[in-house]
Design a protein around this ligand. Structure first.
Ligand SMILES: Nc1ncnc2c1ncn2[C@@H]1O[C@H](COP(=O)(O)OP(=O)(O)O)[C@@H](O)[C@H]1O
Ligand SMILES: [Mg+2]
Length: 185
């Protein structure tokens, strides 16, 4: 079982490869409606309709050699296995949006994992793009926006190891606090 944060890493790395300058990640956990949804939206190069059909099918080109990886089909399979669903939309030169929805307490639903680590890996190379990450838990939310962080950092490089480690802890602490707080409501 792969942690959902690793799926998110895979999908957001596709956005980086597609030359996106903005990646919007939204995770919405609702224990009352028993839903966990993940949405990753970018303003990158996008895909043609034909490509879009191919990328969601893990068995496509099994007769030859699959020249694309399995990041997208693996997330689709994971969501569908948990009574959820998967949607991908894309337009050339406009961008791509991936959405995966899971039944929150499904026995096969992988844990979310460490979003701080995922963000650290993504930001390791983030001079050319911004990430807007919103995490909602039972209606309460935490937002991490690299535009804001870069403003605060001023001349300090967001990709410097000290900053990345701080970001990792900052995200972990804020999500832990969000969950604690929203449980008490
Ligand atoms: N956000 C995106 N924007 C443009 N093209 C994408 C995007 N995500 C995926 N693709 C295309 O779909 C292909 C399959 O993606 P994926 O399943 O993650 O495998 P991999 O990244 O290993 O090739 C990519 O190689 C790329 O051509
Ligand atoms: Mg990929």
């Amino acid at each position: 079982m792969k942690e959902l944060s690793l799926h998110i890493l895979d999908i957001a790395q596709n956005s980086i490869k597609a030359a996106a300058t903005l990646i919007e990640i939204e995770i919405n956990e609702n224990t009352n409606s028993n839903v966990l949804s993940i949405s990753i939206k970018d303003n990158g190069n996008g895909m043609e309709e034909e490509m879009l059909q191919k990328v969601t099918d893990p068995f496509f080109t099994t007769r030859i050699v699959r020249n694309v990886g399995l990041g997208i089909p693996l997330l689709k399979i994971a969501a569908e296995r948990c009574n959820g669903f998967f949607v991908i939309k894309s337009s050339i030169r406009i961008g791509t949006e991936v959405k995966a929805v899971f039944e929150y307490n499904h026995i096969d639903r992988a844990p979310l994992g460490r979003m701080g680590d995922t963000m650290m890996v993504l930001l390791n190379n983030s001079e050319k793009f911004e990430i807007y990450y919103k995490h909602i838990y039972n209606g309460g939310e935490f937002v991490f926006d690299t535009v804001e962080i870069k403003n605060i950092l001023d001349d300090v490089d967001i990709t410097s190891p000290d900053v990345l480690l701080w970001i990792k802890d900052y995200i972990r602490e804020n999500i832990d606090d969000l969950k604690k707080h929203m449980h008490l409501e």
